[in-house]
Structure formats: C-alpha cells, structure tokens
Design a protein around this ligand. Structure first.
Ligand code: UT7
Length: 334
C-alpha cells in the first residue's frame, strides 16, 4: 500500500513512552549465555536493554505511556473513539490488551483492539488510526506500540537473547488545520514469515513443543537492509519529497548496522538519524515511539520538523510514514 494523505489532515498531538526499571547490560547477559559485550556491541550496537519484572505485562507498560500521551495532548480518555495496541506480546491472546488499557484509562466510548504486525505494528496502527480520523470516522485515536519480548525468548539462545528489550510508546492522533501526516507505505511478504516467528503461540500445533521466538538472523538482516531503503524511498516519492527535505529520520531500532546501512544508502547525514538501540535493544513495536520520545526530549523533534519513520519486522512486514510534526512533545518519557 502506497498513498499520499487523503481527507482531513491528521497529526500527532501527544506522545508518551514507558520502559521497565530493570536494566540488563551486555555484561549481565554474558553471565547467562556464551557471549560478550564486545560481540554484542560491535555486531548490533546494543549496550543495554530493559527487562520487565515478573509481575509486569504489556498493559502495565502501555498504561503509563498512554496516560502521558493523553496528558500531553490535553485529551480526556472518555473522549477517545478508538484505542489500538500494536503488540505481539499482549497480556493474553484475548481479551485484547487494548480493551484492558481502554478500561483502565476510562475510555468508555472507544473501540479497542490489538494489532499484530511484528516490529512494524506501530506503523500499521498509526496508519489505521490516521485513516479513521482522516475519513471522519473518529476524532481522537490512541495508538500504543510495545512489547515484552523478553518473555518469549529462549534464555539459553545467545543468537536472539542479546537483541531484544521491553518498552512501550503511545501517541494520540487528532485532526489538524495544517501539517500532520503526508503519506504512507506499508507492505508484507508472508513467504518470508517463518524466518522470524513465535511457534506454539496460536492454533498451529508444533510437534516438538517449541514455544520461543526463532529467527534466521542473516535472512532478516538482508530483508531489513532492503526494505528500510525501498519503503523510505517509496513514501518520499509519493509525497514529492527528497531526503534533503527531511529533518529527522526515525528508523526501527533493531541493529545499528541496519540503521547505518539504510541511512547511508538513503543519504542521511548522521545528525538527522535517531539511534537509541544502544540503550533499549530492539523493543519491537515500542521502538519507533521510544525513538520519537528521545528525539523530542533532546530537542531534535520540534513543531515544523519533517519526520520520516520506517519500521520492519515479523510477517515479514514493513511500513513508513512521513509527517510534518505540529506539536511540542518534550517530556514524553513516563
Ligand atoms: O525487528 C526485526 C528483528 N530482527 C533483526 O532485525 C535482526 C537482523 N539480524 C541481525 O541483526 C544479525 O544477523 C544478528 C545480530 C542477529 C547476527 O549478526 P551476524 O553478523 O549476522 O552474525 P551471524 O549470525 O553471522 O553469526 C556470526 C558468529 C557465529 O559464529 P560462527 O558460526 O561464525 O562461528 C555465531 O554463532 O557469531 C556467533 N554468535 C555469537 N557470538 C557471541 C551469534 N550470536 C552470538 C552472540 N555472542 N550473542
């Protein structure tokens, strides 16, 4: 799907994020599996990540992020028309985590559902929320992206356990007179789906009882370097913009080598690229909103900034959006 913005203009009016307290460094991981800070930091750029406590579930990360985003937007939860939670680690398969979050927030008039698009979930959910508001179906939609992937990792598998961390981010989408979203590009290649999957998490029976995330790292790496570039180029093209017009590039934070490759190929200078994978690892659907929050809090994301976001992940899926930022969103970290 490739489209310029249509209908009412829509923007992000509030931004919030939340990560668990517990920090796990590369050295901590080296005590659990056969790895080293040197290997992890040179191959991925990751130095530490957050890990949810045993009593923390996805809705516990989503709620503070959502509250912060609503407060920043000045929106009362009771006026929300929809709550979408993009996650592959919901509290449970059903009820939807979005329904739990909507209830806790007091969003009594909101439709509430979860969306599964792997690490691209936030981009997919933002696009859906955009289309609801642009088309006049809704005036205010809350989107949360986040995951607790540490819960579904095999903690004896050094090839995956070093990559992921936990976290969530939230945005409020509303109509606006000027600025806001300019276009979107989303895609999926189910043929590559088995390269990154969670067996035993649904109705397909797996004979040997596998239940942890599995990934063909090299194949996903090749896929990522390809789509991070093609998706960004497609959305820029459909919006009639070039890389020089963009103030801030906010890529999915999976591996600094993937980010560097995409930035170089697209032609972004280092100072326009947001990188925080060193502090959080890959937080899946939480990664782009966490990166936006970091950018806002370091004054790199300002009203008037033209921002390109691109995600990719399980599915295999990818997605980009271009937005002219309209609101001040500093203080997003809850
Ligand atoms: O959101 C999307 C999700 N995922 C991604 O975007 C991940 C995409 N893939 C990647 O980022 C990279 O492929 C990885 C970081 C997963 C792996 O990096 P790589 O440079 O492709 O390493 P590799 O898989 O080719 O492994 C190189 C070596 C292997 O040893 P041998 O066979 O050369 O002796 C691995 O066994 O590194 C070994 N290795 C490790 N060594 C120390 C793999 N994991 C580790 C580890 N510590 N944690």
């Amino acid at each position: 799907m490739l489209t310029p913005a249509k209908g009412r203009r829509v923007t992000i009016t509030g931004l919030g994020c939340h990560v668990p307290e517990q920090v796990m460094t590369n050295d901590d991981l080296a005590k659990i599996v056969d790895t080293s800070d040197e290997w992890i930091s040179t191959r991925t750029g990751i130095r530490e990540r957050r890990v949810a406590a045993d009593d923390e579930a996805m809705s516990d990360l989503a709620l503070p992020a959502a509250r912060r985003a609503l407060e920043m937007a000045g929106v009362d939860a009771s006026t929300l028309d929809a709550v979408i939670v993009a996650t592959i680690t919901p509290d449970m398969t059903f009820p939807a985590t979005a329904a739990i979050v909507a209830d806790q927030l007091g969003a009594r008039d909101a439709a509430a559902y979860d969306l599964s698009a792997g690490c691209t979930g936030f981009m997919y959910a933002v696009t859906q929320a955009y289309s609801m508001v642009a088309g006049g179906l809704a005036d205010r939609v809350l989107v949360v992206g986040g995951d607790i992937l540490t819960r579904v990792l095999d903690w004896s598998d050094r090839s995956t356990v070093v990559l992921f961390g936990d976290g969530a981010g939230a945005v409020v989408l509303e109509a606006t007179d000027a600025g806001g979203f300019l276009g979107f590009e989303l895609g999926a290649d189910g043929a590559g789906g088995m390269e990154l999957m969670l067996p035993g998490s649904g109705s397909r029976l797996f004979p040997n009882g596998e239940k942890f995330l599995t990934m063909n790292g090299r194949e996903v790496f090749k896929f990522a370097t390809r789509v991070m570039v093609s998706s960004a180029e497609a959305v820029l093209g459909v919006c009639g913009k070039t890389v020089d017009d963009i103030d801030l590039y906010v890529p999915h934070q999976a591996n600094v080598r993937i980010i560097d490759h995409a930035a170089k190929k697209l032609g972004f200078p280092e100072e326009k690229v947001i990188v925080n994978v060193n502090r959080y690892g890959n937080t899946s659907s939480g990664s782009i909103p966490l990166a936006l929050a970091d950018a806002a809090d370091s004054s790199r994301l300002q009203p008037g900034s033209l921002v390109l976001m691109t995600g990719m992940g399980a599915g295999l899926t990818w997605g980009s959006a271009l937005i002219e930022w309209t609101h001040s969103t500093t203080g997003a970290v809850a």
